[in-house]
Write a new protein. Structure first.
Length: 350
DNA sequence: AATACGGGGCC
DNA sequence: GGCCCAGTATT
């Protein structure tokens, strides 16, 4: 039986095809909030294992608010966009200290928390609290652009449109249904219009322009960058890590010294025996492509102590530090190389 | 309005 | 190798 309107048709399709996601089995606003932060610019399948580990490690606002940032970043390691973890941690402290430990129910209140933007505020308010408010993400933007044949929709217009569409009955399900449609059927390329529940209302499909709605933005080439990485190894085989500044790229993460080198570390490198170069590691970010060039340095009689953003780490302790993917690769490679019973000298023939 | 900000999976 | 993802903060 055909539905009278796209809202009902969409919800019926959502009920029929509902995917299993761990955060859909809970009504805990904190859990839903965590899932929405993790899902920012990140696919469902990538999030699931992180979400499970996170909820086991930080099961409540109190647990998260009481944790060290280093532990928080270890849990987030590999997910990317680390400001999400730092902001979520800060926001948990705000909720604990100023909001009586309760997640705000209204989108405008949620919006004030660090890391919560227009989309996430609407998603949490509607899904966790049943508020009638829109949640416009990239999927919704695409679906609505096609339904109404919008070439370059402005965020404010999209927002108004979506707000009008959200039903009072099941706002959270409706928002998720819209996103789900975008993720599974109304995809960026080759949308599966033949199985779309709102096909008969889709203006772009009627005009045959669905692949160009919204209009794709022009790509720009990303700059290339080279970073010298100092793999500093002590006589006992420990590797030196430094902590990056909390602001900016990979903020708060640990790494073998790259572009960020405290004076004491520079002095240590100057006094160390230069060893061979390791294989370069290329890492592609969203906005640049970085080639890391690791060089081994043997620190002899090093007197740099642990603390204040500096740590000597052995193989079994490495997992206790949050490293970006590329730097983790370098560190693992270095420890394997130097701890594997092969001296570096034998590699260089010295 | 444009840019910084990760990482991975898919074509 | 390019594309793009359940975006946010900053400028």
């Amino acid at each position: 039986m055909p539905h009278e309107n796209p809202t009902d048709a969409l919800l019926a399709h959502f009920d029929r095809t509902r995917r299993d996601m761990p955060w859909r089995r809970t009504s805990d606003p904190y859990a839903i909030w965590v899932s929405e932060i993790m899902l920012q610019q990140t696919r469902v399948d990538a999030v699931i294992p992180y979400y499970e580990r996170w909820m086991a490690r930080f099961p409540s606002i109190e647990a998260l608010a009481g944790a060290d940032l280093d532990d928080v970043l270890v849990q987030w390691q590999g997910l990317g966009y680390y400001s999400r973890a730092r902001n979520l941690h800060r926001a948990a402290m705000v909720v604990r200290e100023r909001l009586g430990g309760r997640v705000p129910r209204e989108a405008e209140e949620l919006r004030r928390l660090p890391g919560v933007g227009e989309y996430t505020a609407g998603a949490v308010a509607s899904i966790a609290f049943g508020r009638r408010v829109a949640a416009v993400d990239g999927n919704v933007r695409r679906v609505l652009s096609r339904l109404y044949d919008l070439e370059r929709p402005r965020a404010a217009d999209l927002r108004r449109l979506a707000d009008d569409l959200v039903p009072a009955a099941r706002p959270g399900d409706f928002n998720q249904a819209l996103m789900e449609l975008g993720a599974t059927i109304c995809t960026p390329r080759s949308p599966r219009c033949d199985t779309c529940p709102v096909y008969r209302w889709c203006r772009a499909r009627q005009l045959g322009v669905q692949e160009n709605r919204p209009r794709p933005k022009q790509k720009k080439r990303v700059p290339e960058e080279h970073v010298e990485t100092a793999v500093i190894v002590r006589e006992d085989g420990a590797l030196l890590l430094v902590r990056r500044p909390e602001e900016g790229l990979l903020g708060g993460m640990w790494e073998p010294p790259g572009e960020h080198r405290p004076a004491a570390v520079r002095a240590l490198i100057d006094g160390a025996d230069p060893g061979p170069e390791m294989e370069p590691v290329v890492h592609v970010f969203s906005h640049k492509r970085v080639t890391y060039r690791p060089r081994i340095h043997h620190a002899v009689g090093a007197s740099l102590p642990d603390g204040s953003g500096v740590a000597w780490v052995t193989g079994e302790r490495l997992s206790g530090y949050a490293l970006p993917v590329a730097q983790a690769r370098i560190a693992r490679r270095a420890l394997r190389l130097l701890g594997g019973g092969l001296s570096v000298a034998s590699h260089t023939g010295a």
